[in-house]
Design a protein. Structure first.
Length: 86
């Protein structure tokens, strides 16, 4: 009788131990995935803010032929198509 109770206690100990371990693994994985997702979202937001900052820094200059404005880095005027000389 004593041997059966030891086996029964050992079985339930192993069973509940495995259940607890499985729970920790499952919920720990979800937590890591959520953390990675949030980090990715923050990185994408930082990249978008940097793109917007760069976009705002583009210097516009007047075309010497038509007077329209064009980005300083442009080689042709988007209004008249003239080649930028300076």
């Amino acid at each position: 009788m004593a041997d059966n109770s030891i086996v029964l206690i050992a079985f339930f100990g192993i069973f509940f131990g495995a259940a607890i371990l499985l729970t920790v693994i499952v919920f720990g994985t979800k937590s890591r995935d959520e953390k990675r997702k949030r980090e990715h979202e923050l990185e994408m937001e930082r990249i978008n803010l940097e793109k917007e900052r760069v976009r705002k820094q583009i210097v516009m200059i007047p075309c010497q032929y038509c007077g329209g404005v064009m980005p300083q880095s442009s080689t042709f005027c988007p209004n008249c198509g003239a080649r930028r000389t300076s």
